[in-house]
Design a protein around this ligand. Structure first.
Ligand code: GLC
Length: 528
């Protein structure tokens, strides 16, 4: 049997370290907290963890503004604690992916401090500097994703520098071979240390147009959307960088690069796999992430992604992350739907990424205005409340601060923690937590789910998703009723001897000859 790498077989769990578990009593989660919960992650059945940035940072964007790529942020621990974390993870056979923000550094990174000190220092060209146009106008019309122009003025250099995000996140000049060399050195040093790969932040932004041409106008709601971003991101040459990163990683067996291409356009996201599967190993698919709660919408997104990737490239699916409202809330704060969503995520062909807390149905936190910390929320409130609501502390138990910290947590704990918490759900065999755990175990034991092909069935009901997963002799049929009403589905005649294998109880699906009667949000995995 052909060997399948760990990152295709297993489930990966995203941790936002600030919010997982605080062991130092300062209200901020830390690496020791993650070590403490490694047994829990093992029990849940995950094969790997993606850690949001843990490097020293002034935290203007909570770690996505790195001031030292070789060390650990003291708030989170030290290199010794990180070594301990790696060891513990290895002992539990859990892989570690680090999150590297390499499109930009912090403005307090020594590279930027040097680069901005004069026009002729050795790092003068390490960031993207440009002369003002007539009357001190900015070099072009590019906008920052977080609002306002993408250019800020440096008094020292009497020039503008580019920042695709905050002014405190200057964009590195990836066209400078020395910068690239330094970045590749960073990658190698962490690989040598034993991490299993990287989640690479906003890879679509790495290369910009060499001539810094202005983007053409297009209709849109926000100023950022009123431009076609053809010159400030997704440059065709960018793919060459992905190939170089892939090449570098080939020296380290089973280590991977996972790209964040925050593109609704699945075609662009797919292009980062490289023309011959020679780009990044896997890439997020934000098109799937942003679908409304409709079976037909998900079906379309999955079929499109599968079609674009073909059999060579490996899909990735995720429903929540630290930048978007939690899907539990997006899908109507409804546990029955969360079960359908989890079953979809964990039975598709491709690697499922879970976001901490989704396994207990954590909902989007409501953050009062005076506690908003995310720069996006601060800038756009009340139109956009920012991203703090999906980053609230993990709800471990019903005690003070949900067991997250003995001190005042950096973000408020979701008020529902007395009802929604892990300790309570562990005691209840019918809880969402046990649902996730048994489903992940089922997936970990099923070659059809890990490796098999996927094929949608036409069952004459747009509210219901039905697809087969098959590998060698193992054949599974997954049925998901997205609606909160009863539904029926007509199965093709060759599907006769179906046996329900998940969930063991209360699937909410009844067979009547060739027809299936599904209760509201009924779901099931059947063996053919
Ligand atoms: C990515 C990260 C996000 C961050 C941004 C800028 O989208 O996921 O949290 O703010 O990049 O680094």
């Amino acid at each position: 049997m052909e060997h399948q790498p760990w990152w295709q077989k297993g489930v990966i769990y995203q941790i936002y370290p600030r919010s997982f578990l605080d062991t130092t009593h300062n209200g901020v989660g830390d690496l020791k907290g993650i070590i403490k919960k490694m047994d829990y992650l093992k029990e849940l059945g995950v094969a790997g963890i993606w850690l949001c940035p843990i490097f020293p940072s002034p935290m203007y964007d909570f770690g996505y503004d790195t001031s030292d790529y070789y060390n650990i942020e003291p708030l989170f621990g030290s290199m010794e604690v990180f070594d301990e974390l790696l060891l513990k993870a290895r002992e539990k056979k859990i892989r570690i992916l680090l999150d590297l923000a390499l499109n930009h550094s912090s403005h307090l990174h020594p590279w930027f401090i040097e680069s901005s000190s004069s026009r002729d220092n050795p790092k003068a060209d390490w960031y993207i500097w440009a002369e003002p146009r007539l009357l001190k106008r900015r070099p072009n019309n590019w906008k920052s994703v977080f609002g306002g122009p993408a250019w800020s003025w440096s008094e020292q250099r009497k020039q503008f520098y580019l920042h695709s995000f905050l002014p405190e996140q200057p964009d590195l000049n990836w066209r400078n071979p020395e910068v690239k060399k330094q970045i590749f050195k960073i990658l190698r040093s962490w690989l040598e240390k034993g991490v299993d790969g990287f989640r690479l932040d906003v890879v679509d932004f790495y290369l910009k147009d060499e001539k810094l041409r202005s983007n053409p106008y297009c209709p849109g709601r926000r100023p950022y959307e009123m431009q076609k971003h053809i010159f400030d991101k997704n440059r065709p040459e960018n793919i060459e960088i992905m190939k170089e990163i892939r090449n570098l990683l080939e020296d380290y067996p089973e280590k991977i690069a996972l790209g964040e291409v925050a593109e609704r356009n699945a075609k662009i996201a797919a292009s980062y796999y490289g023309p011959e599967n020679d780009g990044l190993h896997i890439n997020f698919n934000f098109n799937f992430l942003e679908q409304p709660w409709k079976a037909a919408a998900f079906k379309k997104a999955i079929e499109e992604w599968e079609g674009l990737l073909g059999p060579e490239n490996w899909p990735v699916y995720t429903l929540s992350n630290h930048d978007v409202p939690r899907h539990f809330t997006r899908f109507g704060n409804c546990e029955a739907r969360a079960r359908v969503a989890a079953t979809l995520l964990l039975t598709l062909r491709g690697t499922p990424f879970l976001y901490y807390g989704e396994e207990i149905g954590m909902s989007q936190g409501k953050i009062p205005r005076f506690r908003i910390l995310d720069p996006v929320g601060k800038r756009y409130w009340p139109f956009h409340h920012g991203r703090d609501g999906c980053r609230t502390p993990m709800q471990w138990n019903g005690y003070r601060n949900s067991g997250f910290s003995s001190a005042n947590p950096w973000l408020p704990v979701n008020q529902n923690y007395k009802e929604v918490n892990l300790a309570a759900q562990k005691k209840d065999p019918n809880s969402l937590f046990h649902f996730y755990r048994t489903l992940i175990t089922f997936r970990n034991n099923s070659m059809a789910l890990q490796k098999g092909e996927i094929q949608f069935l036409d069952i004459n009901n747009p509210q219901v998703l039905a697809f087969r997963r098959q590998y060698e002799l193992e054949k599974l049929l997954i049925i998901l009723n997205f609606s909160s009403r009863k539904q029926t589905a007509v199965l093709p005649s060759e599907l006769s001897g179906l046996k329900l294998v998940f969930p063991e109880k209360k699937a909410g699906i009844e067979r009547q000859k060739k027809q299936l009667n599904l209760s509201p949000n009924g779901l099931g995995i059947f063996r053919e």
